[in-house]
Design a protein around this ligand. Structure first.
Ligand code: NAD
Length: 471
């Protein structure tokens, strides 16, 4: 209920989290290189973290074990961890805002999803109790630093594997708190080890070692390709890589769409979470006859957004993750401005890593060479007779994560949904979101190997050494 959420938010503001990560991590790592934890909303350091040294990585690899407890025990422990996550909601809100720049409404959704993953995989575990089991390296991104991190780990543990967990460089404290709670719930320390550090160093070491029997990865497409290469050099040839990667997600608005609802859905899909969702809308196609009015309406919706400190209940859009991300997105918008294609950009706070949501004109999705991971929406127009060409252009990007359609023509909804290659298709609604257990999430082609996370086919890949998929 909203009242429960508000109480939890108040608790979050008052929660004392040990910000010097050494106290959280003392049990996990000896001191390697010390790096600051940075608040993206201010650009300031608020804690410190010790990355794993080469010896730490070796020690973790040699200590790693599968989890041999009976399946009932594993399920009970994961359910207990879900309870502990809920009891620590305030601490998670606090860290999600400070370390990942998450608004409180995004943080609420993220804790909920993490808890759902733990309970769902605990529930599914009984169906997957037989061998083989080994050790999985789980590598996660910063944009869902609790939900994706916990989901991968829970899946591997539920199937009796041990886990070496390597979170993103930007979000180690959230990961450390999650691992601390999983250990408290009863996951043995050698069956779940947190290994912090750079992807190119620590991540690479953990994905090229023969002691690891599989990798669960979520992050960019390029990193997945690097990991596939590293695995081929070190692991068994049939070691599974479960990869969930980037997208160039499109939405089509035809002239029968309900304009006000569609405009709100478009803006939420493109700008919520500062566009830092793999599912976010990147390229909008609006039917030519309604385009001028619709683009004006989008600008009206954008004007309602408040950018600012993620801690404030009134904030709609927080910062992007770090200085490097801001520089990349700013440069993309600047190029569009110079070329006369920038339709609108909101002002952003000057301190911290903020980027104002931007609307950029393009001729079609082929103008987007890569995923820009921020609050930038590209808009193209199309004529009704060119709809098939629009669909083939979207499919030809090779990605296939999310797709959205606003139309009230039933036959068109059916035909377009069948023709588009995408893991998740959203009709007459916004294009973001998944529900563990009932609306699993995952992409095709360059967007991922499948199977979908939070669905019934996900756990078997953690015990099955055959490796279908594109990577
Ligand atoms: P990233 O690929 O830069 O990093 C992801 C993780 O991989 C990090 O932990 C990083 O340290 C590690 N890593 C980097 N190089 C490595 C290497 N050579 N070997 C092993 N590990 C390595 O991605 P990011 O910037 O953290 O996250 C954003 C990306 O993730 C976007 O492309 C987004 O679309 C994608 N994403 C996809 C999904 C999905 O479900 N499909 C969900 C969330 C994010």
């Amino acid at each position: 209920s909203s009242r429960g959420v508000l109480t939890a938010i108040e608790a979050a503001r008052n929660t004392d989290v040990p910000l010097n990560a050494t106290s959280l991590l003392a049990a996990h790592l000896s001191a390697g290189e010390s790096v600051p934890a940075v608040n993206p909303a201010t650009g300031e350091a608020f804690g410190t973290v010790s990355n794993a040294s080469a010896e730490d990585v070796e020690q973790a690899l040699s200590a790693a074990r599968s989890w041999s407890a009976p399946v009932e025990t594993r399920a009970a422990v994961l359910n207990r961890a879900a309870d502990l996550y809920e009891a620590n909601t305030g601490a998670f809100f606090n860290l999600l805002a400070r370390e990942a720049g998450k608004t409180l409404s995004d943080a609420v959704g993220e804790v909920r999803e993490a808890v759902d993953f733990l309970r769902y995989y605990a529930d599914q575990a009984a169906k997957h109790s037989e061998n083989p089991k080994g050790v999985f390296t789980c590598i996660s991104p910063w944009n869902f630093p609790l939900a994706i991190f916990s989901g991968q780990i829970a899946a591997a543990l539920a199937t009796g594997n041990g886990v070496l967990a390597k979170p993103a460089e930007q979000t180690p404290l959230i990961a450390a708190l999650a691992v601390k709670l999983l250990h408290e719930a009863g996951v043995p320390r050698d069956a779940l080890q947190l290994v912090l550090g750079k992807g190119s160093v620590v991540g690479a070491a953990l994905t090229s070692d023969a002691r690891v029997s599989g990798v669960a990865f979520t992050g960019s497409t390029q990193t997945a390709l690097n990991i596939r290469k590293a695995m081929a050099g070190g692991m068994a040839p049939d070691a599974p890589l479960i990869a969930e990667t980037g997208g160039l997600n499109a939405m089509i608005i035809d002239s029968t769409a309900l304009p006000e609802q569609a405009a709100r859905d478009v803006c939420a899909s493109a700008f919520q979470s500062a566009g830092q969702r793999c599912s976010a809308l990147r390229c909008l196609y609006v039917q030519e006859d309604i385009a001028d009015d619709f683009i004006a309406m989008l600008q009206g919706v954008m004007d309602e957004y408040l950018l600012g400190n993620p801690w404030e209940l009134t904030t709609d859009i927080g910062p992007v993750i770090d200085k490097a991300a801001k520089a990349t997105i700013d440069q993309h918008v600047e190029t569009a401005r110079k070329e006369g294609r920038l339709i609108k950009q909101l002002d952003a706070p000057e301190t911290g890593h903020f980027v104002g949501p931007a609307l950029i004109r393009v001729s079609g999705i082929k103008d987007l060479q890569r995923e820009i991971f921020g609050p930038v929406l590209h808009v193209a127009t199309f004529r009704a007779e060119d709809l098939d060409k629009v669909i083939s252009d979207i499919n030809e990007t090779g990605y296939g994560l999310t797709f959205g359609l606003h139309s009230r023509i039933t036959k068109r909804v059916k035909d377009v949904s069948q023709a588009i290659h995408a893991g998740n298709i959203y009709v007459n609604r916004n294009q973001i979101g998944a529900v563990v257990g009932s609306q699993p999430f995952g992409g095709e082609g360059l967007s991922g190997t499948g199977p979908k996370a939070g669905g019934p086919n996900y756990l078997p890949r953690f015990k099955n050494r055959a490796a279908p998929g594109t990577y």
